[in-house]
Design a protein around this ligand. Sequence first.
Ligand code: G3P
Length: 231
Amino acid sequence: MRLLLDTANIEDIRYINTYFPIVGVTTNPTILSREGGDPAARLCEIRQIIGPDKELHVQITETEYEKIMAEAEIIVGALGKNTFVKIPITDVGLRAVRDLTAKGYHVTVTAVLSAGQALLAASAGADYVAPYVSRLENICENGVEAVAEIQQVFDAAGCSTKILAASFKTAREVVDVALTGAATATVSTFVMQKLLVHTTTDTSIKGFRDDWENVFGKRTLGSWLTNGEQK
Ligand code: G3P
């Protein structure tokens, strides 16, 4: 499953983009508001950090059709061709999705909570639909099952729209969503780190180092293989 980072925090993006296999960054008005400052400058800096080829998902703030269309053009003009315009699932949003995708824009339909909404978004031509896993769990729904149902609908329809699962609170949710066959997920820095860390891994790595040094001291394998030329 392809992973994106769901934050607008510059330090986190620099770190995760350096070490983790992400294919892009997702933002929304809430995420940008958490960081404050100038959101335009922040988005340009994010684009500069991840480079021109990775996906940057940016949500519109307008709610009227003509203004959404104009704002989408401004967003992509400012942030480059691999920028996905995020549009919440509404009637006006669907109209904009249909017309923006017809013009060649990449569009992500967001705040999706049901297979019905996902079906509409896919029919309108969305590149991605973003179901909110934890927000479903928080209203006593099954977020992972909702993603699985959306995937089934897309498979049955043979449509090219992909799932960009979002709103994760735990690493377990991410793995469960991956098992549904969902193409993509966007996760917070916290969840990304939870996917990586395991205390038994730490113990194992310490064991490798201790065992090596007990026998070979501080001399590295590279040094042995190059007869001491590699220091
Ligand atoms: O990408 C959408 C996501 O940020 C929503 O997540 O944690 O606010 O439910 P959350």
